[in-house]
Design a protein around this ligand. Structure first.
Ligand code: CA2
Length: 148
């Protein structure tokens, strides 16, 4: 059974505690359950992670690239949070690892502040999803499953 990595970046541990108008009321634990159900539907295993640390995201992306190359991982759904808009390190990690990534945002970043319109990750992502709320995680997993 192959695995899908769902990787969440900074502040996403706060999901459901503040800004419900932007991010909804569901917690990250709720999102994990949603992802587990989506993976189970497609006969896939889930590896669900969150960190506030950019370097740890780089480490995990490198490991995921190696797992994909070894045939045990389909790819990754990555919500890099604010690092999306700033991190050349994440861009380089995804590119260097040869990892299949779906960039995901809960909110429609293009309907928000201008600084959220640029993504360092989009050029090295297979696809980009934004604005579907947390339901986007399930949609992204289905899209990756179709590539398994
Ligand atoms: O819409 C998304 O998923 C974002 O990736 C979320 C990031 C933001 O910096 C991106 O521009 C768009 C922020 C995640 C912070 O999440 C919070 C949730 C509840 C309370 C506080 C922060």
């Amino acid at each position: 059974m192959k695995t899908i990595l769902v990787l969440n970046g900074p502040n996403l541990n706060l999901l459901g505690t503040r800004e419900p108008a932007v991010y909804g009321a569901q917690t990250l634990a709720d999102v994990k359950v949603l992802c587990e159900q989506a993976c189970a539907t497609h006969g896939l295993k889930l590896d669900f992670r969150q960190t506030n640390h950019e370097g740890l995201m780089v480490d995990w992306l490198q490991e995921a690239g190696a797992a994909q190359a070894a045939g045990t991982l389909v790819g990754a759904v990555v919500n890099a949070g604010a690092y999306t808009h700033t991190s050349v390190a994440l861009h380089d990690a995804i590119k260097g690892a040869g990892l299949t990534v779906i960039e995901l945002h809960i909110s429609n970043v293009h309907a928000r502040e201008a600084f959220r319109h640029h993504s360092c990750i989009a050029p090295v992502a297979k696809a980009v999803m934004a604005g579907f709320g947390v339901a986007g995680y399930g949609l992204a997993i289905s899209a990756l499953a179709a590539m398994a």
